[in-house]
Design a protein around this ligand. Structure first.
Ligand code: SF4
Ligand code: SF4
Length: 290
């Protein structure tokens, strides 16, 4: 079906170009053999030259842990990149060494120094996560797949568990829940992109900048919400506005809803009646209507 779309969001910690992805879709109840622990011969190998796209909740968690602002985190630990299928700007974890093939900045011999707050991609490994949506379906279907790289000895360990057990063990529920809106945007943009973008056109440079702001810098987005005419434009009740002042997760949800309304004209946010009337009048004026 031409408009079906399938996209893998967390491919693997490492570049999967060597073809280690097993072409089998896994459900939550499916099992696999895997155990990663400090005594494996390959300990830390996967934390070199890793290809880690940072989700909004990854950045939020790491900033909290390191007690730094997002702008500082982005400058010190990330590199800008484009998430190819959607053509949208994202931040990747910067690896040290020539051509980014060295160790992750958070890696020491004993392991990951930010383990409790490691990014979703690191948590998922050796699973990949993808989403699939058929043209007529309302919701997306998520699926998993196994990434079996030759250097990773974890697959040879005698421990079998289900995808759901691994997901729970890796503490992925909060990451999935809080990143959902962001993943939906990437997914939708990726499927639109085959047609050039929403309505056949790519989204503007300014919209891409706002996507990057929401995705990477919750403090910057809060300033945008409270220091521009944003709150005068949308119907958001006082209680919700108070929540947005201090609740980063609520602000992220607003950011995703706002991006969906701007990028895809979804009714995730309601324009205030006077603003709506004004924009209708402006559109009629542009069309030469009286
Ligand atoms: S954040 Fe931690 S787990 Fe992820 S690549 Fe860096 S050191 Fe490895
Ligand atoms: S077993 Fe796999 S995931 Fe664990 S350290 Fe080795 S390469 Fe990394």
């Amino acid at each position: 079906m031409a408009n079906d779309s399938e996209h893998t969001i967390f491919d693997a910690v490492r570049d999967a170009s060597a073809g280690p992805v097993e072409p089998v879709r896994l459900k939550e109840s499916d099992g696999f053999c895997f155990h990663c622990h400090p005594d494996v011969a390959c300990w830390n190998v996967c934390c070199h030259g890793a290809d880690v796209t940072l989700t909004p909740y990854d950045i939020l968690s790491l900033c909290r842990r390191l007690e730094i602002k997002a702008a500082d985190f982005l400058a010190r630990f990330t590199a800008p990149a484009i998430w190819g299928p959607a053509g949208l700007p994202v931040a990747k974890l910067r690896m040290e060494g020539a051509e980014g093939k060295g160790p992750c900045s958070f890696m020491i011999e004993a392991g990951c120094t930010v383990y409790a707050d490691r990014p979703a991609t690191c948590r998922y490994y050796p699973l990949g996560f993808g989403s699939f949506k058929t043209k007529d379906a309302e919701a997306v279907d998520d699926f998993f797949f196994l990434v079996r790289e030759s250097h990773c000895r974890g697959h040879a360990e005698a421990r079998s568990l289900s995808v759901a057990e691994f997901h729970h063990e890796q503490g992925l529920a909060d990451y999935d829940r809080l990143n959902r809106g962001w993943i939906d945007i990437l997914m939708k943009m990726a499927s639109w992109k085959t047609m050039g973008g929403p309505g056949g056109e790519d989204v503007s440079k300014q919209t891409k900048q706002m996507f990057f702001l929401v995705s990477t810098d919750v403090d910057g987005f809060r300033r945008f919400v409270f220091e521009t005419k944003f709150l005068e434009s949308y119907d958001i009740d006082d209680e919700a506005i108070e929540l947005l002042r201090n609740d980063d997760e609520a602000l992220l949800r607003l950011g995703f809803d706002w991006l969906k309304s701007v990028m895809f004209r979804e009714s995730t946010l309601t324009l205030r009646a006077d603003v709506l009337q004004e924009s209708i009048a402006r559109a009629r004026g542009d069309l030469g209507a009286t």
